[in-house]
Ligand binder design. Structure first.
Ligand code: PLP
Ligand code: COI
Length: 362
């Protein structure tokens, strides 16, 4: 599809941009442009544009404001050693976006159009991609904008991509995370929307995340909805456990957790290193006992925003515990290095996970 280009008449000047890129934080600094594509049942996808980033004008009866038909993705573009900007497993984000769309009764966006939209934005805002440890966080999303109050899937939608230069997600840097287990609130039930990346899942997680923050914790851990016993995932990350024999364990994808692309990448990278990775339910009680006995040596959170972050302490009403030596976890450190080197386009990408965006060479 041809995108209409409307370059920003007054983009952020280079010296100001350079200052913003020095320490952008996470999700606070935005680039100059955005991409939008519209959908109606009659016309399908149409009106693709790259234009100055700015507010939407939407009707107060727009379906998204009432029934929350909204989905999103989170992905990153990196400046590679070769001087280009590359995307990591962008096709997997496009596919997950469509799985989320299907669950929320929203139209699917052809994978090529999703990728084209993301690449258009990366290309026009390529000067916003930080070097070094930073990256450009891309946020593709879709919402229903049809004005009506009946409860049914809407007939019109907007797809949009915005971008933020980002540094580390956690302010503490590499300091091991302190997590709070929510033993009251759950995130997703079997048959619910847990595997979809929809805004509603995050709305439902915020009270538990706020409780975690009030207890001085970095993230909340959710347990399963049926028994409040099995570890599912964090507010915005998947979780792995590492045992003394070098085996890794991560909760299985059963429809109640997000199928993380970082999770899948780490499973593949770990297996290629000869490590055993088991996907099976793991309870909070087992975790506590294994941490106490020394059988569990490391645990880490992973996701696009967080990358790989070791877990040092767990706070829970039923009894908290520490993971001794978390800061020096060897398996965590090794997997993080393998992943981040690949993402930055170091040689050895046999899987074709990294794709340079044409027209981004500095
Ligand atoms: N789980 C949740 C709830 C998330 O929000 C995320 C982040 O996107 C993840 C897991 C990790 O997914 P990914 O590795 O694809 O970023
Ligand atoms: C991501 O990692 O992309 C997410 O959406 C999670 C959120 C904590 C920013």
């Amino acid at each position: 599809m041809a995108f209409r280009h409307i370059p920003h008449p007054d983009p952020v000047p280079a010296d100001r941009r350079a200052r913003l890129l020095e320490d952008p934080g996470f999700g606070q600094v935005f680039t100059d442009h955005m991409v939008t594509i519209r959908f109606t049942r009659e016309k399908g996808w149409h009106d693709a544009e790259v234009k100055p980033r700015g507010p939407f004008l939407i009707d107060p009866a727009a379906a998204v404001l009432h029934y929350a038909q909204e989905i999103f993705e989170g992905m990153k573009a990196y400046r590679t050693a070769g001087g280009e900007v590359a995307l990591f497993r962008a096709g997997a984000n496009a596919e997950r976006f469509n799985a989320s769309a299907a669950r929320m009764a929203m139209p699917e966006l052809p994978v090529d159009l999703f990728l084209q939209g993301v690449e258009e934005l990366v290309r026009i805002d390529r000067d916003w991609v930080p070097g070094g440890e930073g990256s450009l966080y891309l946020r593709p999303f879709m919402f229903s904008d049809e004005p009506f109050l009946g409860v049914r899937p809407a007939n019109s939608y907007v797809f949009c991509v915005i971008a933020c230069p980002v540094g580390p997600y956690f302010k503490g840097g590499a300091k091991p995370l302190k997590l709070f287990v929510s033993e009251d609130y759950t995130r997703a039930a079997p048959g619910g929307t847990g595997a979809a990346k929809c805004g509603g899942n995050y709305a439902a997680s915020l009270v538990a995340q706020a409780e975690a923050a009030a207890k001085g914790c970095d993230q909340v851990i959710f347990l399963d909805a049926a028994e409040h016993r099995w570890i599912e995932e964090l507010g915005g990350m998947n979780i792995f456990f590492v045992f003394e024999d070098g085996t890794l364990l991560t909760p299985p994808l059963g429809g109640t957790i997000l199928p993380g692309i970082t999770r899948d990448s780490l499973i593949q990278l770990a297996r290629a290193e000869g490590l055993t990775v088991v996907e099976r339910p793991y309870s909070l009680d087992e975790w506590r006992a294994d941490a106490a006995s020394g059988k569990l040596t490391e645990a880490f959170a992973c996701g696009t925003a967080a990358v790989v972050a070791s877990i040092g302490e767990v706070v829970a009403a039923s009894g908290g515990f520490q993971i001794a030596g978390a800061a020096a976890g060897q398996v965590t450190t090794k997997l993080k290095a393998l992943l981040t080197e690949l993402q930055r386009g170091e040689p050895g990408d046999e899987r074709g996970w990294v794709r340079a965006v044409p027209g981004t060479r500095a």
